[in-house]
Design a protein around this ligand. Structure first.
Ligand code: NAG
Ligand code: NAG
Ligand code: NAG
Length: 420
């Protein structure tokens, strides 16, 4: 009896503590096969309107097209308020053409500057706050977001009406959510190549059924001292996520590339960042060329036949000459070598190769900008890791200890983003 009573109490204690615990947000991630964008779904306001928002790891906040937004719980962020300062608001919206306040038409609203990179358009509207909900009934009151005209959503995946920013600002999704829920500032992102992926905020623990923690390696997130955003204030550091790639190996052999291309210089040029808006990893020409050369050579050693290239790729192969495994095409491995012993991000065939059609498969990296272009307002990053290379990889951003944990391809371990 005694021991039953004891375990009952323990069980009760566990039930009570899990009912009280704020477990953060768990959001679905889907891929739009036409634009290759990845988006999540949130609910906003008293009507719990579904908002499909494209995930932007380098984005500053949540914005969406508000033309049809109706809620009786929203309010504007006022100019010169502390929240406006937190949001780094620019200017003050005072013009209001209508009968009364509504999103996009409120007197004295803190101004926001937004950039839609799919249109290359910069626009300014206002900051508001309202309750954010998720399907599993989490609630985040007074969540700050920017309301835009629906004209601004062109270029987004079909069904998406905004973008959600996950960068290091004070009003990014994870920063606001973990702040309000008293959770450590951490989030995990698993972009699906198809099907369902996952964005978890605050609680980044893995489901015990599919534990992939043994696959995770850790590397420091480093700071680029110069802003890499299209909109910035002079002297600000970048809010994007940089890792310290030291070199690249193809089938174990280190490419011969000058160290200076990998490091970040005093003007913020160089370095390696992770992006969710870049389809295929873009490499500085002085890195891309030796990579493509080494890859073609290593592939040829594996009896993989080169064929005519298909743009935007430069190194393509006959699909029938590439052996296939459960984890994708069997091709030379590419390692992004990180500081420390045995720390590298391995890119296998599923993440390195792009199947153009049944006949042709290409190395899915592209040649990026050389630097520094005199007219660019922001620095040029040497390596921009694209979504094709991070799909079906679990990434855990720990902003408490400024570290990234990464799994490399879950497929190699018989797992996927739909099961973490
Ligand atoms: C990504 O791919 C889509 C579909 O091919 C294309 O429309 C889009 O321009 C690409 N985006 C970038 C940033 O290259
Ligand atoms: C104000 O609204 C009126 C009618 O709704 C419209 O004709 C006018 O163009 C609007 N002005 C501005 C500045 O938006
Ligand atoms: C905006 O503020 C001005 C000045 O305080 C006021 O005259 C006007 O009626 C206000 N408009 C709305 C729509 O609240």
């Amino acid at each position: 009896m005694g021991s039953h009573g004891y375990s009952f109490l323990v069980l009760l204690a566990i039930l009570v503590s899990s009912a009280n615990a704020q477990t953060g947000l768990h959001l679905p991630v889907r891929k739009d096969s036409k634009t290759l964008q990845h988006y999540t779904t949130l609910q906003m306001g008293s009507n719990r309107a579904d908002i499909n928002a494209v995930i932007d790891l380098g984005g500053d906040f949540l914005w969406f097209g508000c033309d049809n937004y109706a809620s009786n719980s929203y309010s504007p962020i006022l100019c010169d308020s502390s929240k406006c300062e937190l949001a780094k608001g620019s200017g003050c919206i005072v013009e209001c053409n209508g009968s009364g306040p509504r999103p996009g038409c409120t007197n004295n609203t803190c101004g926001s500057s937004n950039f839609n990179q799919f249109q290359g358009v910069l626009a300014g509207e206002g900051f508001y706050e309202d309750t954010l909900y998720t399907r599993d009934n989490a609630q985040v009151p007074k969540f700050i977001f920017s309301c835009m005209s629906n004209d601004f959503i062109q270029g987004l995946a079909s069904g998406a009406i905004g973008m959600v920013g996950l960068s290091k600002t004070q009003i990014s999704l994870h920063k606001q959510v973990t702040g309000k829920m008293n959770l450590p500032d951490k989030f995990s992102l698993c972009l699906p190549s198809s099907g369902l992926g996952k964005l978890s905020i605050g609680d980044v623990s893995l489901s015990s059924k599919s534990d992939v923690s043994h696959l995770l390696k850790t590397t420091p997130l480093i700071i680029n001292p110069v802003s890499t955003s299209p909109i910035f204030i002079a002297g600000e550091q970048s809010v994007e996520y940089f890792i310290d790639v030291k070199s690249i190996r193809v089938n174990g052999e280190t490419l011969s590339v000058k160290d200076s291309y990998f490091s970040i210089d005093k003007d913020g040029n160089g370095g390696t960042k992770i992006s969710t808006l870049q389809n295929y990893t873009a490499l500085h020409p002085s890195i891309y060329k030796p990579l493509a050369r080494a890859f073609v050579k290593a592939a040829s050693d594996m009896k993989i036949k080169s064929v005519a290239a298909v743009a935007p790729f430069r190194a393509c192969f006959s699909s029938s000459s590439i052996p296939k495994a459960a984890a994708g095409p069997v091709v030379p491995t590419i390692d992004l070598v990180l500081p420390g012993t045995d720390a590298y991000w391995r890119i296998n065939g599923a993440n390195s190769m792009v199947e153009i059609d049944q006949k042709t498969t290409c190395l899915g990296f592209v040649e990026g900008e050389s630097r520094p272009k005199p007219q660019t307002a922001w620095p040029t990053t040497s390596i921009i890791i694209g979504t094709h290379q991070s799909e079906e990889n679990l990434l855990v951003f720990d902003l408490v200890s400024s570290q990234l944990q990464f799994s490399s391809s879950l497929l190699s371990d018989g797992k996927s983003c739909s099961r973490v």
